[in-house]
Design a protein around this ligand. Structure first.
Ligand code: HEC
Ligand code: HEC
Length: 210
């Protein structure tokens, strides 16, 4: 009977192989859209974000940035501090993107969403913020649209409360301190010279950019 047994084993293996292939969806926009359904509870159906949940506006962020951030959450470079309960929400979520191509597919889909600027929730001294922003333009660009070559994301249209929170995270060393996080490491020193008031002011100025 050994022959019959090995034949059965081969048939079984072939069936398993075919099953595995069928279960690995082709990467791309369609797969990205499907995956995006898992983001909606926090980031909203248009990717607009939710202040209540601390989830930023991700609609229309460039694919390279979304992909990089998802990888940082997945590889424990971001959202790891045990006191950072908001970041932890996103990190556990990132780990569900576990099939080959998932991160790329969902990043591509997110980048196609139309960005509606988040509503203004804070007031600051726009003139003072404009002066501070001159130290940001080298990387984020004069209009806050970001620069891919240095990994600096667009800031325009992002929720003000989220931007302020990220500046605090960089300053506290909860973001941008992992030795593997090269881009975060270039941003962190920029946050160190900002006190609460200058953070509010610079973000208030960013909210005036189109
Ligand atoms: C359980 C709620 C939750 C879910 C579900 C979720 N996120 Fe998030 N996401 C967050 C929170 C909260 C943050 C902000 C973390 C912080 O402030 O550090 C975040 C941050 C992000 C960022 C960083 C944006 C930036 O400007 O740096 C990206 C990109 C992102 N999420 C993409 C996704 C994608 C894509 C999905 C679906 C696959 C998803 N998220 C699902 C809560 C969630
Ligand atoms: C030397 C280049 C550089 C300068 C100058 C710089 N940044 Fe950044 N900034 C970055 C990079 C790179 C990132 C992305 C870090 C990462 O990948 O996590 C970033 C990220 C950010 C984020 C997080 C955005 C998000 O979606 O999560 C904020 C907010 C921010 N910068 C604000 C500022 C402000 C305000 C200034 C000026 C005071 C400034 N940056 C100056 C390079 C820079």
């Amino acid at each position: 009977m050994p022959r019959k047994k090995s034949l059965r084993a081969i048939v079984l293996l072939a069936a398993l192989g075919a099953g595995a292939c069928a279960r690995t969806p082709a990467p791309g926009l369609a797969r990205g859209k499907e995956l995006f359904a898992t983001c909606v509870p926090c980031h909203g159906s248009d990717g607009e974000g939710s202040q209540e949940l601390g989830a930023p506006n991700i609609a229309g962020l460039p694919k390279w940035y979304v992909q990089a951030q998802l990888q940082k959450f997945q590889t424990r470079q971001r959202g790891v501090n045990p006191f950072d309960t908001v970041g932890l929400r996103m990190r556990s979520m990132s780990r569900t993107l576990n099939l080959p191509g998932d991160v790329e597919s969902v990043a591509e889909y997110v980048s196609t969403l139309t960005r509606t600027p988040a509503p203004v929730t804070l007031r600051g001294n726009v003139e003072a913020g404009k002066a501070t922003f001159q130290t940001c333009v080298a990387c984020h660009g004069p209009d806050g649209h970001g620069t891919e070559s240095v990994g600096a994301p667009p800031l325009v249209g992002q929720a003000d409360w989220y931007l302020v929170r990220q500046l605090h995270l960089f300053k506290k060393g909860w973001r941008g301190t992992d030795p593997r996080d090269i881009q975060g490491g270039t941003m962190r020193p920029m946050s160190l010279g900002l006190d609460d008031l200058s953070m509010t002011n610079v973000v208030a100025y960013i909210q005036t950019l189109k």
